[in-house]
Design a protein around this ligand. Structure first.
Ligand code: F0G
Length: 457
């Protein structure tokens, strides 16, 4: 019998506390109805993000003791580089302190005014960095990926027709690079199939375009390929990862996700010339090119984390936890994005609060209500986060208005998820007919969802 078993037991615990209803009301009011402004000690279950929030393993902690803090030529860097060679088969590594730093270093060199980056739905910092350099992100995700209810095994896939249209419109010289985000976070943690990666790769090779991964959740994507794509059932995660990376010229990586570390990231590349161009930029923004803003301890924890994240037992349990929460919500008839993605369960704000107009931020309201009801911190991935169009200044209306329950790695148990499902259900049964939502009290310019404050209408 093969069972999906828990591949660890707990050695160190961190206490958490559920404040009283009155205290929660007060805290969220003081935070301007924005959960980013809460203190973490006032949160009972923190599902804000899976970024840097995982538990370290005993092997990671012991590797950290080997950390070499030399400014240049650190042994820890070479161990990290070797892990990346081993797992992703990419020869040149530029360390950076997190994913958006990789974006900044890369875009500083590759993007000039008026250039574009076609891809599946770009993560918000990715899009913001492209725009900061005067470029534009072009969303070429398949139609199914924009719908919360259509069943499709790979909703993160790129629509080749849209990619071709982009090419026809902008041409080779205006396309800085093509980016596939695995898994596609903004689209609901949805995977991209190997077939799609290969097709996009063939297209890019044919047109002489550079193809890169945003690899933040590469191992989770590989697990979905193994589970869902024909021909991969008996392949190991390591071999699937190797094949995925064989189709791209490099990647940006936020190791806070599938690097299993609290902080860290890198750029890994095939192209030696680009690597040489990026070194001085890394030194300018991040630090010397053998530490890039990380400590030696950090790099050793990451090297170990990269090996642990591609273990079959780890991934089956990890994706299993997310699926468990998704199923519990479906049993309670809560409208979620299906199929459930890798790192989070996404509640569909527009179906949850059917009567609340889009410009009154239904998903953001749900985030506030989950905190009030049960001390749970979720995050809005919807109209508030989408911000304003840099050209017209109008509110962008994203394809989906979502409330994300993001699952930290190796942190919570099924009991926690049962509690979360009950709290969501309680808000749903009590409030689904509500007809008024939120409006800005103070809207921050630029990236607005972290700091803006709201009031109830
Ligand atoms: N790319 C993807 C797909 C991401 O999900 C993130 C971060 C980044 C890049 C940026 O990496 O945070 O290390 O600078 N996502 C986090 C989240 C913040 O909550 O989804 P970073």
């Amino acid at each position: 019998m093969t069972r999906n078993v828990v591949p660890y037991r707990i050695k160190v615990v961190e206490p958490i506390e559920l404040l009283s209803r009155e205290e929660r009301e007060e805290r969220i009011r003081d935070a301007g109805l924005n959960v980013f402004r809460l203190k973490s000690k006032h949160v009972y279950i923190d599902l804000l993000t899976d970024s840097g929030t995982g538990a370290l393993s005993q092997e990671q902690l012991s590797q950290m003791m080997l950390g070499d803090e030399s400014y240049a030529g650190s042994e820890s860097f070479f161990r990290l580089e070797e892990a990346i060679h081993d797992i992703m088969c990419l020869p040149h590594v530029i360390p950076v302190h997190q994913g958006r730093a990789a974006e900044q270093v890369l875009d500083h060199i590759l993007i000039k005014d008026g250039m574009v980056v076609p891809g599946n739905t770009h993560f918000d910092t990715t899009k913001a960095h492209i725009e900061f350099r005067g470029g534009r992100a072009i969303d070429c995700t398949i139609e199914e990926g924009r719908d919360a209810t259509i069943e499709h095994p790979f909703k993160g896939n790129i629509d080749l027709n849209l990619l071709e249209k982009s090419y026809d419109k902008y041409g080779k010289d205006k396309i800085a690079y093509v980016l596939i985000t695995v898994t596609c976070n903004s689209g609901g943690g949805q995977p991209v199939s190997m077939e799609n990666i290969k097709e996009v790769s063939d297209f890019c090779r044919d047109k002489h375009l550079r193809l890169l991964f945003d690899a933040a959740r590469f191992a989770e994507n590989a697990f979905f390929i193994q589970q869902r794509e024909k021909g991969y059932k008996n392949k190991s995660i390591r071999s699937i990862v190797r094949e995925m990376f064989s189709y791209v010229q490099g990647c940006t990586m936020s190791a806070k996700k599938d690097g299993l570390v609290p902080i860290g990231g890198f750029l890994a590349l095939r192209d030696e010339e680009l690597y040489e161009d990026l070194k001085p930029t890394d030194i300018l923004f991040e630090g010397f090119y053998t530490y890039g803003g990380m400590s030696g301890m950090n790099m050793d924890a990451m090297a170990q984390g990269l090996y642990e994240v591609v273990e079959q037992g780890y991934l089956a349990h990890r994706i299993g936890q997310t699926a468990y929460l998704g199923n519990e919500l479906l049993k309670r008839e809560v409208p979620i994005v299906t199929p459930v993605g890798g790192h989070a369960v996404f509640i569909d704000g527009r179906r949850f609060y059917k009567n609340i107009p889009e410009d009154q931020f239904p998903a953001q309201l749900l985030v506030v209500e989950l905190y009030r009801e049960g001390g749970i911190r979720a995050v809005e991935i919807g109209s508030c986060l989408a911000g304003r169009d840099p050209d017209t200044g109008k509110n962008v209306r994203p394809a989906l208005d979502l409330c994300r329950l993001t699952i930290p790695r190796r942190v919570y148990t099924l009991e926690h998820f049962d509690y979360v499902a009950d709290v969501v259900h309680s808000v749903y049964s009590g409030q689904k007919d509500r007809s008024t939502g939120l409006t800005f009290e103070i809207e921050t310019k630029g990236i607005r969802h972290f700091t803006s404050t709201f009031k109830e209408i």
